[in-house]
Write a protein that binds this ligand. Sequence first.
Ligand code: SF4
Ligand SMILES: [Zn+2]
Length: 348
Amino acid sequence: MDQNKLKEEIESIHERTSRSENKGLITCWNEREFFEEKTLDAFSIIFRTRGCSWSYSSGCSMCGYYTDTNPQMDEDALKEQLNRALSEYEAQEIVKIYTSGSFLDEHEINEKLALQILEAFDAKKIVVESRPEFIDAKKIKIYSKKVDTLEVAIGLESANDFVLKNCINKGFRFKDYKKKVKQISEHASIRTYLLLKPPFLLEKEAVNDVVESIRKVKDLTDIVSINPVNVQRGTLVEKLWKKNLYRPPWLWSIIEVLSQAEASDNAVFISEAGVGSKRGAHNCGECDDDLKKIIQDYNQTQNHKPFKDILECDCRERWERESDIEPFLFFRGTAELLRSRCPGIYRR
Ligand code: SF4
Ligand SMILES: [Zn+2]
């Protein structure tokens, strides 16, 4: 999609969608994660902040996190949220802190409070998320002293600038990510999020985009975390999905990405959010639970072996066939190109 049109569409959806008035913690939960050759307990928290600064001026095509955020958020309420999270914390060794935006953005969480939050958890590793523009090497050096391993997670989504600009409206380029990663990798571990199937990509293109992105970030990141798109409320992706112009990725595409990523030296995780549901990555409905289990086991062990003799289902052939046919069904050139290819058939 033309970038200006994409921005306009996203902005008009945001204008018609309300944010939250709640000041409490969004949620926290326990999970297991593979770290240093072991599967450890992890505690994840989503703080409700004023939200991602990029979502105020524009926003990403698949991101509906802003709907949970509150523009009136204040420091006292954030401290209350920290207390609430601490009351649920059971000394898990990994703590993941999400804010529906950037932990390193002073507009969301100021530096003093950020330090208090990092000091509050007795974890081996704390993961915080940020867009590249809020990453400051000096600050990361200070923060990294508060925890054994500080991990900075960046939502790169794709290492392809065309996709970042015309499919996601990410607002930064691959070189911005690279620059910041190089500045901080001495002090922090790096986790890179990649998006599987942004809007306007065909199924095969989406698989190739993630595989190619994994290759490009190989020497820059410690961990790759793949987010298969799940259709969130208040997004352009939701608008397209409701018009049958978008289908979340097949679970077979996730398996394909993981099979091709096996050669990568990095740990590669798959986000399980929405997996197996109508709005998330799914297959035919018959095999979804089994594949979800395989993905969950893989996340906890990083063992690729189950992909070699994976269960078969009739929908695998359908996925293959549809992925092959899809490029012929969608012509995405200009009207002029179509006219020149089909003179006499296509008229004004
Ligand atoms: S995906 Fe990340 S950067 Fe994009 S709008 Fe959502 S929170 Fe902001
Ligand atoms: Zn199936």
